[in-house]
Design a binder for this molecule. Sequence first.
Ligand code: FES
Ligand SMILES: [Fe+2]
Length: 388
Amino acid sequence: MTQDIRKKIVDLIGEEGLAQAFAPIEEASGLPNAAYWSDEWLALEQEHCFRRAWVFAGAEAELPEPGDMKPIEIGGAPLIILRDQDGVIRGFHNVCRHRGAKLVTGPCKKSTLTCPYHAWSYALTGKLRSRPHFNGPNVMDKFEDGGGDKLDLVEVRVETWNGCIFSNVSGDAEPLLDWLKPMLDRTENYDFSAIRWAGKLEFEVNANWKLVYENYMEGYHVFAIHPKLLKFAPMNVRWSGEWDRHVFYNDYVFPALDEGRGEGLPHYPGLPEDDAKRGLWFLCFPHFAAEVFPDQFSVLVSYPVAPNKTREELHVFLIGDAATSNDFKEAREATMKMWDDLNREDLGVLELLQQGRLSPAYDGGRLSPHWEGPTHDFGRRVVERILS
Ligand code: FES
Ligand SMILES: [Fe+2]
């Protein structure tokens, strides 16, 4: 099996491309162009990197009431995430057990999931309830206790952590808290039970999902692309960051609080003085990127749509009341604007990176050993995950 997958990888990126992924940073390149443009390569990533891992599926606050639901695609699989009548967050494959129609196409609120094709209806627990006319005209099949394994909606594993919803499509990932542990180990001073969802931003990116994270990890581009961020945290407070198990970690201490980062909004309760001017950021492989500032927990997630198209969501969580109260409206809006401006500064270069990977003259490039070791490791991890 692994041999078959290895052959597939070599067919797509060559022996040399595979070797590049494992070479030391001093002589390494990034992954070859095909890893950014090939549909087959993306299918391998969807199956091995996304379906077998924990993936962020939204904020609980997006589904405040029983019956609230939204569709989402994870690892290429259409899913429904919903809050059932008992308030439990659940996930299901978004497909009817009859002829396979997709059930939910946009965020909505329903007490029953009724298929738009032949009106089979399912409870919010996924159990089949009724099937009109299935056994002849005007015969209504009713199911008191669902239809069993072959007829009820197929549930997917979903867990929550402080208002964040995660899903694992394959069902066999490690426990969620084990997966988050390398991040939690480094943030013991932060009381995450205080975070509340303040809203989200959405972006369409004309670039491969890996480019989003390769860019996210390295502070090397900040001097050229992010003038405001550079003022806030100049190059000399930055380092390359490092991987701890499957989690990338980076941080800096910034000279002064600024609008959008720490100013005008409450800080984590009991946060030690030393952390009041610290920014930390993480990437829990494959796609859960979290930034921790004294006043917030912000999440950047990318969902691959095509090799050259990515949907990004940026969720902002603030401390307690600050997430919703009118008293903090201005500072909250300034934080959302800061993220919107900052992220838009990256979109143009991401597109250039994608377009540059059409050039036969590009071989994965030469990376900076000072800044881009973790970026190179990210490509290696993608390959390792596909091979494992
Ligand atoms: S496909 Fe859903 S009821 Fe027929
Ligand atoms: Fe950037």
